[in-house]
Design a protein around this ligand. Structure first.
Ligand SMILES: [Zn+2]
Length: 59
């Protein structure tokens, strides 16, 4: 079985995996897993960009 990075799809077992959980009251409810902090940061950035686009107003 292979656990792929949520962002880039790499095999996180070959790196230093970072796990993100969705809320403290939901143990095991994994929001994402990343092969390193760079992917985590890039993923968050892309997510925020998505939200930003949604909130963007037309001039
Ligand atoms: Zn990655």
């Amino acid at each position: 079985m292979t656990d792929g990075c949520t962002y880039c799809g790499s095999d996180i077992e070959r790196h230093d995996p970072v796990f993100v959980n969705e809320g403290a009251n939901a143990p095991g409810n994994q929001a994402g897993r990343f092969c390193n902090y760079a992917c985590l940061a890039a993923y968050i950035e892309s997510e925020e960009l998505t939200y930003g686009t949604a909130c963007e107003w037309e001039p």
